[in-house]
Write a protein that binds this ligand. Structure first.
Ligand code: CO
Length: 166
């Protein structure tokens, strides 16, 4: 199970809408487990397929906590949401940036597990935020896209300088 390379902002794939997965087959399962390895190796709590250069609707997350749980989801969709709160977020594809983002408190997410079985996950707290962050990636939306226009300009200016330095 290889650790995959994480693509960083401003890679074009991070701004693209990912495609539905037609079938959860052995190849898909392999991608999901490689994504899990990659997420753990990077000390992340979530990862979406576009972040490893693959434009498919698949995410993995493990937010730990009192009930450590690894979640692998294909074609995830938010079917219910309630409440909103602001919290600080970061992203493996945008190192060195942390910003406050508004998210739903609770979400119900429907998707397919690694066996292609439909499941619904009800989440709050960090797991809820992480699910929303990763599903955003599948629509080409980064957490910095959810900032106010002024704040986003500021962060993008800072990122331009960081990219130039590399
Ligand atoms: Co991210």
């Amino acid at each position: 199970m290889p650790v995959l390379e994480i693509v960083n902002y401003p890679a074009p794939i991070l701004a693209e809408v990912a495609q539905e997965v037609p079938e959860v087959d052995a190849k898909m399962r392999e991608l999901l487990s490689d994504m899990v390895e990659t997420m753990y190796a990077a000390n992340g709590i979530g990862l979406a397929a576009p972040q490893v250069g693959i434009g498919l609707r698949a995410i993995v997350l493990d937010t730990g906590g009192e009930e450590p749980q690894l979640i692998k989801l294909v074609n995830p969709v938010i079917i219910e949401s309630s409440g909103t709160s602001k919290g600080e977020e970061g992203c493996l594809s945008i190192p060195e940036v942390r910003e406050t983002v508004e998210r739903f408190d609770k979400v119900s997410v429907k998707g397919l597990d690694e066996n292609g079985k439909e499941i619904v996950i009800e989440a709050d707290g960090l797991t809820s935020v992480c699910l929303q962050h990763e599903i955003d990636h599948l629509d080409g939306v980064l957490f910095i896209d959810r900032l106010t226009r002024v704040r986003k300009q500021l962060v993008k200016g800072k990122l331009k300088k960081l990219v130039k330095k590399q």
